[in-house]
Design a protein around this ligand. Sequence first.
Ligand SMILES: C[S@@+](CC[C@H](N)C(=O)[O-])C[C@H]1O[C@@H](n2cnc3c(N)ncnc32)[C@H](O)[C@@H]1O
Length: 254
Amino acid sequence: MAWNPGTYLSFEAERTRPAAELLARVPNEHPASVVDLGCGPGNSTALLAARWPKAKVEGIDSSPDMLAKARCSGIGADWVEADIANWTPSRPPDVIFSNAALQWLTGHDRLLPRLMSFLCNSGTLAFQIPRNFDDPCHTLLHDVARDGPWAGALENIPDRCGVLAREDYFAILEPHAGRVDIWETRYVQVLEGEDAVYRWMSGTALRPFAAALEGGEREAFLGEYRSRVAKAYPRRASGMTLYPFRRLFAVAVR
Ligand SMILES: C[S@@+](CC[C@H](N)C(=O)[O-])C[C@H]1O[C@@H](n2cnc3c(N)ncnc32)[C@H](O)[C@@H]1O
């Protein structure tokens, strides 16, 4: 289930925009230590390093391929291979930041208090996760998975990762924070080119499905998903495809 940094970054502007909007709400002015959890190829880490050039910035990710790309980026950060689920910082960070990564982990009711406990006083946990799991790009994935000879091979892939209701996030963070800023944004992303939503999903949620299949079965599954998703998100005469995308943001200050 390897990540492909090239596929992921084919929509770099759209994927990085929520990181910038999240970062704009982080109040810490002169943090000494900043961590980017699930840093991927470093696109979100670059924003942190640019805002706080004097801070020690660390990018944490479990994917060697993503980290290899990040290491070549020239961004002023240290890159560490680790699983967020059992990562512990070497010293209390001022800011723990995470854009589009925590949805890959389950147990947010335990994970988020754990991350809050690592922060120094007045430290901030800021994260963004997609909340579009009821949209056709995801529901069609699971419909197609259930509806073919590949069903057995795909039946254990979870249908919404670890993501909870937005009120749950406030309830989880509130006891651990002096202040919680929480909001949702529904972007209407304008994507260019053929099979745009299929290509978007290939960089993220489609990966575990593709990895569980082989040969002709894999091609047939991907072809069926590609055709159904193209009907759900039709390409306009201009060549553009509108791809609405809801995301949840939270900034919790200790
Ligand atoms: C969608 S990318 C986000 C990359 C970047 N933060 C951004 O803003 O676009 C998600 C990243 O989270 C990483 N990831 C997923 N689960 C992880 C885990 N349990 N521990 C560490 N990294 C994880 C993946 O390897 C991937 O690089």
